[in-house]
Design a protein around this ligand. Structure first.
Ligand code: RIB
Ligand code: CA
Length: 307
């Protein structure tokens, strides 16, 4: 599977990158970055830092530094000021590629017609790609994204961060007719890192000690902000779906995004009971087999040992 991972590292984005690079089933063509958990300069630096950690030969392309229309929001309360607080990681050495993320997507989608886009941050880059290169949209095999919520949000009562950070972009993507698989908070909160997973990570060896430190920080901010004792591993759910879709229960629903609501701005409106009469446009992940998830997660990450 050829993928482009479009992300805003971000602790969980970092583990989505690692899971993708550790999986032989996946050809990671490149990592593109977007403003989200932190400013573009930070998310781009963090992506490079993570790839440098295991010396992965994957190029990094910077994308949009602000949302299409709304003002920038970042998440220092969750990911720290740098966007990847909590571990003494060696500083990024690899360069930022010259091409803009959107132009890299266009180059790859001109060359290949089976690419899966895996966005794990706000959808600004993907939406801008669709606006700038409409003739290439049909070359996208599918989009497997982390974002949205059916029953709840995490930035407002109804809006999840990736969507709320650029609702207009999310609306463009969800109405693009590209096959979409969506991992909302309802499923990512079933895949929770606790002390058990953190100590298992530590036991994998030195570099994994640093990764365990990242998880410990991420878990601490979720305790502080949401008062929950485990941290959902949101973004890796996308890559895990590519590797083992059977780990997830999915249903097809029509999903759209509210861009004008006072209380509901950024909400993913999921038509569970088909009251809208609109044809489903997304496969929505509803359930995850958490035990199987972490079995595969650690099996894959341990492939990085000795790298
Ligand atoms: O709401 C969770 C999502 O927002 C995750 O992708 C996390 O990395 C943040 O970007
Ligand atoms: Ca993210």
């Amino acid at each position: 599977m050829r993928i482009i991972l479009d992300c805003d590292p971000g602790h969980d984005d970092a583990f989505a990158i690692l899971l993708a690079t550790a999986s032989k089933e996946i050809e990671l063509l490149g990592v593109t970055t977007v403003v989200g958990n932190s400013y573009l300069e930070n998310t781009t630096k963090n992506a490079r830092t993570v790839l440098d950690l295991f010396d992965m030969d994957i190029p990094v392309f910077a994308g949009c530094e602000k949302p299409l229309i709304r003002d920038i929001i970042v998440a220092p309360d969750i990911h720290g000021k740098s966007g990847l607080e909590g571990a003494q990681l060696p500083s990024a050495k690899r360069p930022i590629e010259k091409a803009h993320a959107v132009d890299f997507m266009a180059q790859m989608l001109t060359k290949y017609s089976d690419i899966i886009l895996v966005p794990t941050g706000p959808l600004t880059n993907v939406a801008l790609f669709m606006l700038r290169y409409p003739h290439l949209v049909k070359h996208i095999n599918s989009i497997v994204l982390m974002g949205g919520g059916i029953a709840f949000g995490n930035v407002t009562p109804v809006a999840e961060f990736n969507i709320f950070a650029d609702p207009e972009a999310a609306k463009i993507v969800l109405n693009s007719n590209v096959p979409i698989v969506m991992a909302p908070l309802d499923v990512t909160h079933q895949v929770v890192v606790t002390e058990k997973e953190i100590s298992k990570m530590r036991r994998l060896g030195f570099k994994f000690d640093l990764l365990a430190d990242l998880l410990a920080f991420f878990k601490s901010t979720y305790k502080k902000v949401f008062n929950i004792d485990g941290v959902p591993l949101h973004d890796p759910c996308t890559v895990m779906y590519l590797l083992h879709p059977e780990i997830f229960e999915v249903k097809e629903y029509h999903v759209d995004v509210e861009t004008r609501g006072e209380l509901t701005y950024g909400q993913t409106v999921v038509d569970v009971w088909r009251t809208s009469g609109k044809v489903p446009n997304a496969k929505v992940m509803l359930k995850a087999d958490s035990e199987r998830f972490f079995d595969v997660f650690f099996e894959k990450l341990s492939q990085l040992k000795g790298v």
